[in-house]
Design a protein around this ligand. Structure first.
Ligand code: PLP
Length: 354
């Protein structure tokens, strides 16, 4: 994309408009057309999540249910509003929020639930929506790993009250640095979201309605991400094709790999494999590293285990599967630009370990 990115950079510099201009508007328009809802640019996925919590009125005295297996920002977002993140376990097969664990964690203080579409596969939104409907909970989707994913043909980010995307450079849809997007189901929410990410401003730049964040999206990132949006379906197909190679090669081995859940096709931000024991997982990670293959552990330390949470009010209701699985799981490379030779090298290295 180098040539196109350089061209877009030149355009932005020539325009002299770096924030709040036509390229951010274009990204919001295109995302709304492709996915639905009412998109608002933000500076990161973290900013989008915190903004969503604030916009939905979450604060002190509230509890917000989050999955044990996620990036730390999912827990930080409610915590920073003064609410209590309540950590619950994941479904061991899909690695997304377990509906039964959510049900068990609900109290009169529960205000919202944040399903994470982990590794690129949507959480079980039918079950979670039913629970949210029955208990009057808001639903904030954490779509940071799932741009372009679908749930029974509806786009991730349009299934709850607000969808939150990260478009950090390392994500499936990622600009040049940090970037994010909110998608509101209700258009009435848009003015407040815009105020919260732009120091309280909406319209007149000299009027600040609320103490908002410096959390807006830049024009250059917006331009690059809009370009990438047209390539995303093809990238997802390439990721799925690599996953098919891995799945076929690993059939019969004593390891667990991701699969499509009904109506929830995987978009493979990450391709994880879970080994029978921690020792075997460590050994495989070492062998892959020796073979110059980038291995990742997503995530070696869960949010509630982080030092930050020793000072933050939170509750852990259940996390057994998340703790066990994350210790036995490694992620293999699955970038769309991998060559067949590189894919075969990964496969041979994994097979040689068995
Ligand atoms: C990346 C990520 C975030 C945070 O997004 P940033 O753009 O890095 O701030 C939040 N939640 C999940 C699940 C993520 O993977």
């Amino acid at each position: 994309m180098r040539a196109e990115v350089l061209r877009l950079t030149d355009d932005v510099i020539s325009s002299g408009i770096f924030h709040g201009g036509p390229r951010v508007q274009e990204l919001e328009r295109v995302a709304g057309r492709l996915w639905g809802g009412h998109p608002v640019g933000a500076s990161s996925g973290t900013m989008a999540l915190e903004t969503a919590c604030r916009a939905l009125g979450i604060g002190a005295g509230d509890e917000v249910i989050v999955p044990a297996l996620t990036f730390v920002s999912t827990g930080f977002a409610p915590a920073r509003t003064g609410a209590v993140p309540v950590v619950v376990d994941i479904d061991p097969r899909t690695r997304t929020l377990c509906a039964d664990a959510v049900r068990a964690a609900i109290t009169p203080r529960t205000k919202a639930v944040i399903p994470v579409h982990m590794y690129g596969q949507c959480a079980d939104m039918d079950a979670l929506d039913a629970i949210a409907g029955r208990h009057g909970l808001a639903v904030i989707e954490d779509c940071a790993q799932a741009a372009g994913a679908t749930h029974h043909a509806r786009a991730a980010g349009t299934l709850g009250d607000i969808g939150c995307f990260s478009m950090w450079a390392g994500k499936n849809l990622g600009g040049l640095s940090d970037a994010g997007l909110l998608i509101a189901r209700d258009s009435d929410m848009v003015p407040l979201l815009r105020q919260l990410v732009d120091l309280g401003r909406y319209g007149d730049r000299h009027v600040h309605h609320v103490p908002g964040h410096r959390g807006r999206l830049g024009e250059l990132d917006a331009a690059v991400i809009t370009h990438q949006l047209s390539l995303l379906p093809q990238w997802i197909e390439q990721r799925r094709a690599i996953a098919d190679h891995y799945n076929t090669a690993f059939t019969g081995l004593p390891l667990q790999t991701p699969t499509d859940a009904p109506g929830r096709p995987h978009t493979y931000y990450k391709y994880w494999i879970t080994l029978p024991t921690v020792v075997e997982a460590r050994r495989l990670a070492d062998r892959l590293a020796e073979a110059q293959i980038t291995v990742e552990r997503i995530y070696p330390v869960l949010p509630h285990q982080q030092p930050a949470f020793s000072h933050l009010p939170h509750r852990v209701d259940s996390a057994e599967h998340a703790l066990d699985l994350t210790a036995r799981t490694v992620c293999l490379p699955i970038a769309p630009e991998l060559t067949q030779e590189e894919i075969d090298h990964v496969i041979h290295t994994v097979l040689a370990c068995h």
